[in-house]
Design a protein around this ligand. Structure first.
Ligand code: HPA
Length: 234
């Protein structure tokens, strides 16, 4: 057990797929994994371990924002010996150069957050994905004939804001999209010498206010789930 995860040591696989939402973790476990065990449900942040095409994989939620993913990823890396975390989430696009359903493989996450500085003394405003998971995602996407875009993204503490302008940091690092977790995940992985990547599906286009409807969401997310599962086999 760790402070926020009730799984026993050894009950979590070396690779963890991490959606934000516990029900998405459950969906992956129900639809893709065999021999599944629910290994933690503390705070309703479900973790499952099972097999995908014979390989042991765990899937569990991060919750929303840096504090939440910071806690879960740190405990997985340090208490459960996890090697690789692949976040699978959604993002808002700052530009109509991106379209709904586009799949992004995050190169760097740029943030105004002080998380990395105060947690680990990492002063960088932009932190790269860590290790080889990013390359494996690109390779796997090619094999599956899936178009993905490698981009920098803005990781923000803020979902609702007064000013509709694209924040300065997103402009500075050429970030066409925004989410709320990758920066803290990459900071933890950099400090601990672990692997971390983030795959995002564009769920809303901020300037036009288009968004993926509830019934389109499942299929859109399935594509990203399958990409992450196939990547985890490598
Ligand atoms: N902002 C931040 N995070 C998000 C968004 C957004 O517009 N859409 C999906 N995740």
């Amino acid at each position: 057990m760790s402070v926020h995860i009730s799984a026993k040591k050894g009950e979590i696989a070396k690779t963890v797929l991490m959606p934000g939402d516990p029900l998405r973790a459950q969906y992956i476990a129900d639809n893709y994994l065999t021999d599944v065990t629910m290994v933690s449900k503390t705070r309703n942040i479900y973790y499952f371990t099972g097999k995908f095409k014979g390989k042991e994989i765990s899937v569990g939620a991060s919750g929303m924002g840096f504090p939440s993913i910071g806690i879960y990823s740190y405990e997985l890396f340090t208490e459960y010996d996890v090697d690789t975390i692949i976040r699978i989430g959604t993002c808002g696009a700052y530009t109509t150069d991106l379209q709904l359903f586009d799949i992004l493989n995050v190169d760097k996450a740029a943030s105004e957050s002080t998380y990395a500085k105060f947690a680990w003394g990492i002063e960088d405003e932009a932190i790269a994905n860590q290790g080889n998971a990013f390359d494996k995602i690109n390779e796997t996407a090619k094999e599956l004939n899936l178009a993905t875009k490698a981009v920098n993204i803005h990781s923000s503490d803020i979902f609702y804001r007064k000013d509709p302008a694209v924040p300065a940091i997103a402009q500075k690092y050429n970030c066409p999209a925004v989410e709320m977790e990758a920066f803290a995940l990459f900071a933890n992985a950099q400090y601990l010498g672990k692997n971390a990547a983030t795959i995002l599906t564009v769920s809303d286009i901020i300037p036009t206010r288009e968004f993926i409807s509830a019934d389109q969401r499942e299929q859109a997310l399935r594509t990203m789930m399958e990409l992450s599962l196939e990547t985890a086999l490598k």
